[in-house]
Design a protein around this ligand. Structure first.
Ligand code: FMN
Length: 273
């Protein structure tokens, strides 16, 4: 990727300070415009957008990357709860915090604001190799393929994942059609085994098996986007019901940050191989 295009992808305007926002940790109001396939500029809702989680200015980023080609590690994080900044999203933020590094480009999407409709079950993707629906997923189908690490977080709702997260997974049916019906590659061969998944969840009940029913859908998602079962990490915290309860869990934050660091180290190793 050329410096210029990378610059464009990470620069956005902060809706609070109306300045250029480049610091993941200090600003949660970061927003940016996306350019659609037709060339229109569409603003992303609050909390969505590409974020470079490094401290300091964009200029200092390029000073430490003084080469013509910059290949960031691309991290795509889908926060699945309709309750913004709740337990599962906080868990995700901690993992992303553990991944903070000048080489990492993080894009976090709050699915509740992402305008991703449910799958219509028309199976048109089996012929078209794309979805017939034009909505928020237009952007994310490509980004899912482009990313090196894909995180998904969700609360447990009625023993499964929240419908926002499930809609994303159902819309990944395009990849299943690509792979099994059209017999086309989902990712290029040289990227297979070089992508990692992370699933994060929170639940109110204090029951050991509260996450069991959610896991198969999660595995299905990662499977169709060519991330192997063995390459998915999980961090699931139960007994956290009220918003903010996760803050009181004695181990969640440290475990999440450690997971972020571990995943970053692993993807670095895989990409270097
Ligand atoms: C509609 C709904 C259904 C829920 N179902 C369950 C459930 O089946 N089991 C459980 O342990 N918690 C359940 N909960 C509680 C949430 O999983 C819990 O509060 C979680 O930490 C919320 O995460 P969030 O703050 O990221 O939204 C439910 C909450 C809601 C709103």
């Amino acid at each position: 990727m050329q410096k210029d295009s990378f610059f464009k992808t990470i620069v956005g305007r902060c809706c609070t300070c109306t300045g250029i926002c480049c610091c993941y940790s200090s600003c949660r109001n970061y927003s940016r415009q996306v350019t659609t396939e037709t060339g229109e500029k569409t603003p992303l809702p609050d909390g969505q957008g590409r974020v470079a989680p490094f401290f300091g200015s964009i200029q200092s980023f390029f000073m430490t990357h003084d080469k013509d080609t910059v290949m960031p590690i691309k991290v795509l994080a889908f926060a699945g709860s309709p309750r913004r900044h709740g337990n599962s999203e906080t868990l995700m933020d901690w993992v992303l915090g553990g991944m903070a590094d000048p080489e990492v480009m993080i894009e976090k999407i709050a699915l509740t604001d992402a305008n991703i409709n449910p799958c219509k079950g028309c199976n048109a993707c089996e012929k078209l190799n794309k979805c017939v629906q034009r909505d928020g997923m237009d952007i994310y189908h490509d980004r899912i393929i482009d990313a090196d690490v894909i995180l998904l977080s969700s609360p447990i709702y009625c023993m499964g994942i929240a419908s926002q997260a499930k809609a994303l997974i159902d819309r990944a049916q395009v990849f299943r059609s690509r792979k099994y019906v059209l017999k086309l590659p989902v990712v290029p061969t040289d990227r297979k085994g070089k992508r990692l998944g992370v699933f994060l969840a929170s639940a109110g009940q204090n029951w050991d098996h509260v996450f069991d029913a959610a896991i198969p859908s999660v595995k299905c998602f990662y499977h169709v986007i060519d991330i192997r079962d063995a390459d998915i990490s999980y961090l699931m915290i139960n007994n956290v019901d009220e918003k903010g309860a996760i803050d009181l869990n004695p181990t969640a934050r440290a475990d999440a940050e450690k997971l972020g660091k571990t995943v970053l180290a692993e993807i670095r190793k895989r990409l270097a191989a």
